[in-house]
Every structure is written in C-alpha cells, then in structure tokens.
Write a protein of this length. Structure first.
Length: 251
C-alpha cells in the first residue's frame, strides 16, 4: 500500500483515522516562480486532488482541509474574489468525481459571508454525497477554531443550559460527528495551528513540513504518516500502561 519510503514501518501499523491539514504556501510557491498568487491557488487544487486520492487508497477515514479561515477575509479583495470563484469551480468540477468514488463532502464554517450561489452549491454538493460511506472529506471555509467553540456554547445557551460541560460542548462543534484528528499536518514551514480546530487538536500528533502546499504529494503524505507511526500516544498515561504494540522504544 505504501511506497518504499515507509518500508521500515511495521506492517501492523494502520493509517490514522483522521488527518487534518493546513494547506499553506500557495502564494509563496507562485512568488518563487514569478507568477501571480492565484497561480499558486490553482496548483494547490491539484495537490488537494492527489491528497484526497492518496488518503482514500491508504484507508484514512476522515480528511479535513483548512481552505479559508475567518481571518482570510482580510486578504486583498482580488485574491478573496478569486478564491471564492475557485471554490465554485471546484464544486462544479469535483463533486461528481467525489460522488463516484464514494466520498462524502462536508463544508465546515459559518457560510454567512458567502454569496447565495456559493451557499446553494455547497448545500447541493453535501446532499449529493450524503449517503456515501467512504472517505469523509471536510473543507473548512470561513472557519475559525474560536468561532467554532463560541457557536457551540451559544447553541447550548439558547437551549437553556445552565452549565457547559466538555461533553455537551463537543456535541455542538462542527466536527462532532467525526473522531478527533489523529494527525495534524501543516505545510509551508510555519509551526502554529492558526485558529484551526482548536478544540479537536488537543491530543493530535503535530507534523510540520517546509514543503509548500502545491509541492505536497503522496510521498510527502507517506512521510508524515511514517512520522506519526513513530509517536507514542499516551493520552495522559505512562508508557508502561500502554499495550505493548503501542509502545515506542525510547532512550
């Protein structure tokens, strides 16, 4: 299933159930080639296709991609308009392919600032793929981790809650139906999570790469998963409390 880059990993290891990615570096990729920033976003869409395909083939159950944050509205209007148009074109061109490959599409975020046409296309895409039971592809657009927590808390208050518990809040988050990410990847060399899935990433394994997103390919994904396999996930326990097959040799 994996290429030679992962040949040293025990076969008993399985891929993470949920991978979350910040796709950073489109603009810098274009700048290095003396191209407009929008060229980087176009090439980044190719990297999305390859990553979705690789995750499906590897057996990843959930893939969540950070496409457009609540803070990205601050970017130049020309770039924002292009990104919205690119989102529309991607929905037109990719949804049928996703559906034919049994992939379910979900869009995370407020959607309030999207125009009516885009909101309608999103709703139709989600409806078309709703019954698919393969890979779940979630696109975070006009999304922020703080917004997610606040909107969940507000839902509880509107329901008359007098106390907010972790369990109750979790049920109202936008990814409440999915397992928390096992592996978080950020491309582009930055080492921060930038208001992405703040609640859900509490125990995720973090992986940062200098690769710019348009250069991220299957081999790069395999390398990230190989790194994930080397981690010891204790969730507050000691190594000795883990099943033997989950332990990692440490000096």
């Amino acid at each position: 299933m994996f290429s030679a880059s992962c040949k040293d990993v025990p076969e008993r290891q399985t891929p993470p159930r949920h991978v979350a990615i910040i796709m950073d570096g489109n603009g810098r990729w274009a700048k290095k080639r003396f191209l407009p920033r929008v060229a980087g976003h176009k090439r980044g869409l190719d990297a999305v296709r390859e990553t979705v395909k690789a995750c499906k083939e590897m057996g990843v159950g959930y893939l969540t991609l950070f496409a457009f944050s609540t803070e990205n509205w601050r970017r130049p209007q020309e770039e924002v308009s292009f990104l919205m148009e690119l989102f529309l074109r991607a929905l037109d061109n990719e949804v049928e392919r996703l559906h034919n490959n049994n992939i379910r599409l979900q869009v995370l975020g407020s959607r309030e600032r999207f125009n009516e046409e885009l909101r309608e296309r999103i709703a139709k895409a989600e409806q078309k793929t709703a019954a698919n039971d393969g890979l779940v592809l979630s696109i975070a657009a006009d999304y922020g981790g703080r917004w997610d927590i606040v909107q969940a808390a507000n839902q509880l208050l509107q329901q008359g809650a007098t106390e907010i518990t972790e369990e109750a809040l979790n049920r109202h988050l936008t990814l409440s139906w999915a397992p928390e990410p096992d592996l978080f990847i950020r491309t582009g060399g930055e080492q921060r999570i930038s208001n992405f899935l703040l609640w859900q990433l509490a125990y995720s394994e973090l992986y940062f790469t200098d690769l710019l997103w348009p250069d991220f390919d299957r081999a790069a994904l395999e390398q990230a998963i190989s790194s994930y396999w080397q981690r010891e996930r204790r969730f507050g326990r000691t190594s000795e409390q883990l099943p033997e097959h989950q332990r990692r040799d440490r000096p």
